[in-house]
Structure formats: structure tokens, C-alpha cells
Design a protein around this ligand. Sequence first.
Ligand code: C2E
Ligand code: CA
Ligand code: CA
Length: 747
Amino acid sequence: MQAELTRDLGNYFWSFAFAGPVAAVLAIAAALAVKSLPALFFSGLALAGFAFVIFACHAVRTPDPEVDLEEVEARYLLGTIIVAVGLGGIVASVLGQNSPFFAQALAVMVALATLGAANGAGPGRPLIALVQFPAISLPIGIALIRFWPAPWGVGAGAGVLVFGLLCVSMARSGYAAHTELLLAREAQAAERQRLDTAVQTLSQAITILDAATRVVAMNSSAMALLGVKPLDPANPPTFAELLADAPNLQTAATNRAEFLGHATMLVNLRQPFNAALHLNDNRVVDLECQPVPGGGWVTVMRDSTGEHNAIAELNREIRRCPVTGLPNRRAFMEELDQRLLKGSNFALMIVDLDGFKQVNDRYGHAMGDRVITRVGFRLRTADPGLFASRMGGDEFAILAESDDVEGALALARVLIDAVDQPARFGDAEIQVGAAVGVAMSPDNGQIGEDLLRAADLALLSAKGHPGSHICLFTPDLKLLSARNAGVESRVRSALRAGNIDVAYQPLVDLETGTVVALEALARWLPDGGEPVAPAEMVRIAEARGLIGTLRRLVLEQAAAVVAGLPGPMNLWINASVHDLRLPGMVDEVLAELQVVGLPPHRLALEVTETALMTDEDACRSNIERLIKLGVGVAMDDFGAGFSSLDRLRRLPINALKISGSLLSGAPGQAMAADIFRVAASLGHSMDLMLVAEGVESREELELARAAGIHRVQGFALSPPVPASQIPEAIASAEAAANTGLQLRAAS
Ligand code: C2E
Ligand code: CA
Ligand code: CA
């Protein structure tokens, strides 16, 4: 602050340079005129003082940074004080010497003028204000009062004293105002300094633009980010020029021109805007431009590479199966759409594993995941050119460049062979098979969904034909699936409407030769269309959650029919595991029996071997309850599937129906007959009631009898018949069992 005050002295140089010598010469003239030696001395003193003042003022006129401002200030102060003392002395000695009035008046005027002038440079220099009064005003005032005749002397003297005091007070208030101004200016400078420091030390890169988007300030982070040097403050570039020349910005950035055009437009509209800039080292910078209310802009640049990478990683993550690391369904659909868009020829294959469910059931899901991962790896590496993804569950989808069907089918074979290899996981050796549905682009579909559906249908057909693991999509598959869809809806409506009939097939006790039970078999009541096989009906009912409805319809009719027969006839009905696992199933069955008055011990449920084996745990509690209530539970089709004997032993059942497939042709084949006998002795050793089903000939009947089978059932005795023909069926079955066989044609 003081430095500025001192520099200000330069402005007074010319006035001092003129006024000083003039005042000094006048003072010397006055001293000579009154011939006063003291006056002459004080004139010399004043002249010397002026010299000091003038040289001090001159020293700060050139903007020489070397100038010692403190010394200049001291010289100026000293000069001013000397001048004041000199002038005071002159006037006092002139007045005291009875000199001519003209000289006295001149001296007083010069002194007072100088006093006034010194006052001008006084602000900021309280010492001058203090010295002025005792050095100039006081001697003149006292001299006037003493030497001039009253009342003039007293008046003039008092006037001079008052003027002197006024000057002091003016100088002081001027000083205060000046100080305030300087303090304010200093505070402003400090504020700017703080702001500057803040901007400089911010880790965010900041540039400040004026209204014409010239870069007026830029911090070191911004310079480092863009790779630019400090700006020339005299000739700042515009922001667009700065970016255009920034070495770190990607020269190949295609969007640079577009961005700048866009930015110019927004600048003209004074709208804030954001942009992403790409640097040469692949970093990404987010740029934010914000207009400032008074005009101009603040731009903030931030290295957002981390965020961009995280977003990219997230994008990759949601396209990847977390278990296998393969692309997932979403990624697959994107890839499929892209290839379709390109119009390339390729094959889409859906690979579905066989026996994966059993792996999960037997070893748990963690092992299932390991198996799926291994399979995924094998598929991906089966052929270098293919795109493999996991669609979920045990299903994979593969895309392979291919324009001929033979090549695609050969590749499908390679995939199956790659999957169908034993794999070791600790102690377990696991092998799963696979089926593949193949669809060709563009022949089998122009859009992704269609192509996927075509491959799905092909897969369905591959799985529907045991032994053939590969199927190529053909248009008739579509017709077939349309027909299936039709059948499905007809079965559904038949079940809902209760349009299901029941056929009855007798079971003959070989010991007594009498029919002791009837098996109820569901029959599709034709509604004009093609009849549907019971097994297919059951499959659809299971898939659509209508299996309970089917059981209810059959049990309702059959229980009423059997309860209405003379004599204690038993009823055997088929139950699905989908039904047996439902919690309320047993109570429903009991309620239905009660309606017709059939005691529980006259009912038996048949459950197929494969279903019971895979869903044993889910059904166990219902089965145990049924047995406790006296309801029989039989394993149906024993020998057609592949039971674990250990599990069979632990199942809470009381009857075994040996599959007709074991008996069929067995009498003529020693090994087949042996197998049948083994199955029978297995049942004996478990103390189960044994039923041989599918008995079609006298030889088969005899084989069953010899193997110790308790009951027989089959076309040789009676085919399933409608309720109205039950008496005839019973008679025919008993006759056949007792007196040589009377083969009836299957109806
Ligand atoms: P299943 O329980 O093994 O029923 C025996 C099947 O063999 C019946 O076929 C029957 O007509 C047939 N059959 C009877 N004697 C002979 C024979 O000597 N030789 C041959 N080759 N076949 C014979 P159907 O009625 O077509 O039933 C097929 C399957 O559908 C049944 O097999 C059973 O699993 C299922 N099913 C039938 N009705 C129902 C039902 O009401 N509920 C449930 N859950 N399943 C049912
Ligand atoms: Ca059955
Ligand atoms: Ca059966």
C-alpha cells in the first residue's frame, strides 16, 4: 500500500518542479528585500527541501523496478519537512523585522500556498500534517499577532492558525479516506489472489473464458490435461483454438469438428453444455461449460476414464453368463441381430444337454455349475470360428459361419462329440450327452426370433427321437408344432370341460384265478378331431399344470364305477409325480373316495419308475401318508427305466408292476427270460406284491406264473374296456387265466 502511495508522487513532479523554484525565488527575493540574514537562511533551507521533494518525485516517474521506494518516500518526507520549516522560518523572520508590508504579505501568501499544496500530497503521510502546523502555521500566526498592529495582526494571525488547523484536519481525513481506498484495493487483490490459488490448486481442470470465449485463465491441471503451455496473457486464444491445438487431444477424434460446431452454437445461445473428449492415451475427459452471469464462461474438465471404464465393464458384465463366462442370451441376441443385418450366411445351433438335471439332483448345484462351465468351455473351443453363448439352464446357442447344410451338420456332430466326453471333478466322473437343433440363415428365418424358434423346433424334434441327436429345421416341423399346439389347446379344453372318459383293465390274481382289481386308464373323448393318445394327454396335462384335474376326473368316475360293482373290487389308478408332490393331494383323494364310499385300502396308485426315481424326495411324504392310510402304492413300468436298486429298496412302496417290455418275447429268449426272472426275484426279496403287465400270450402268462408273479394284466386276459363292458372283461380275464388262453383282439 505504501509503495503505491510513493509511486503516486510521480504525478506531482511537474507541479513541484515549477512551484518549488518559484516559491523559493520569491522567498529569497523577500529575504533580500528586507535584508534579513535568518530569512535568507530559511530561504536556502526551503530551496534545499524543494530539491529533495522534486528529486524524490522524479525518481518514481520511471517504472524502474530497482527503485528503492522506501528511500524515496523518506527523501520526500524529509524534503517536505525541510520546506515547511524553511517557509515557517522565512515568514517568521520577515514578519519580525518591521519589513515593508509588501514583502510581509508576499511571504505569508507563499507560505500559505505551499501549505495548501503540501496538503495535496499529504494524504497517507500523517507526519506531514503534523509538522505543517508547528513548522508553518504556528510561527506565522504568532508572528502576525505579535508584529502586526491590532486588530489586523490578531485577525490575520488567528486566521492563519485556523487555516493551519483546518489543513491538519483535512490532511487527516484525506489520509483516512485514502487508507480505506487502498485497503479495499488491497483486499480485492488478495481476494483475486486467493481465487487464483484456489483455481490453480483444484485437481479439476478449469479454464475461464471471457464473453468472446477467449481463455483468460487456465489452471495447471487444465494445462496438464490438454498438454498446452501457459498462455500469453496479451494474446489469449479462443477456447476452440485452444482445443484445436491441444497436443493431448486425439488428432483422429472424428467428433472434434462436430463438437466445435455444436459448441459454437450453444455458446451463441449461452446454454451450458457437456461433452466427452478423448485423449491420445485413451483417457476420457468430461468437459462441462457453464455460462457466467456477467458474461463469459467457466469450463471444468474432469478425467472420467475410471467411470467410462466402469460403465464399459458393466456393459460387458450384463452380457456375460456369470457361471461360464460365456456371452449370455442378451449378448447372443445382439450378435444374432448384427449377423442378420450384415446378411451373412450362418448356422444357428441350439445345444441342449441330456441328463443334466440328474447331475444337479445327484451332486448338487455347485457341481452342476462346474459341469456347465466345462461344457461351455468345450463348446467354445470345439471350433475356432464359432460364437458360443449360454442361453440359461442347460441350453447353449452357437453361431457359425456356414452356407452349406452338410458343413453345419458336421459341425453339430463335432459339438456333440466335444460335450459327450467324461469329465473328472474330484472323485466324480461325469458325462452328459447333448442334442442339437440346427437352423440356417437366411433360409430358415430373416429375423432373430424366427431363426431361434426354428432352431428350437429342430431341437425339440431331435430330443423327441431317441438316438438321433441332431435335427435340421424343416418347414414341416413348423406344421408339426402347429398341430401340437392345436392338440394342446384341445386337450386343455377337454380337461377343463371334463370331457375325459375312463377305460378299465382287469388284474387277475394268479393264485385264485379271479379278477381282484381294475386299472383305470384315461381316455380322450373324441370331439370330432383326431384322438389323442393317453400318454400325450398326460404329458400335456403335466406341462400345463392340469394333471390334478385329470386325476380328479378319472378318480371321480372310476371310484363310482368300482364302488357300484358287486363284490370287493379294488381300483388301481395312475398318478403322476407332478400330482403326488402337491401338498393337498392326499386329502383330495380321501375326499373323493368318501363321496362314493370306497375305503382307502381298496385303492392303489401307480407311479412310473423314472418319475418316482427323479422326484422321490418331493413325493415321499405323500406316499408315506397314503401307505399309512392303507392306500397301495405301486411302481409302474419297473424295468423300463433304470432304477438305482439302493433307492428302490428305500422307497416306501408295496407293489411292483414289471414292465411289459421285459416280458415281451421273453419266453423264446433265454436271456430275456432270465432278466424277467431276476426282476421278479428282486421284487420278492423286497417283499412286494408283483404284477406282470402287458401279458400278450399264454407263454408269457406261464413265464410270469413260474416266476412267482402274483397278478397279471394284459391283452391276453383283457384289453382296457369301457365301464359298460366290465362284467364281460372280468369274465374273459378269469376264463383266460384258468382255462387255456382265449386270445381277444385288442380293442
Ligand atoms: P400304463 O400305466 O403302463 O398303462 C398301460 C398301458 O398299456 C395302457 O396304455 C394300456 O392300454 C396298455 N396295455 C394294456 N395291456 C397291454 C398289452 O398286453 N400289451 C400292450 N402293448 N399294451 C397294453 P394307455 O391306456 O395308452 O396308457 C398309456 C400310459 O398313459 C399309461 O401307461 C399311463 O402311464 C398313462 N396314463 C393313462 N391313463 C392315465 C391317468 O389317468 N393318469 C395318469 N397319470 N397317467 C395315465
Ligand atoms: Ca399303469
Ligand atoms: Ca405300466
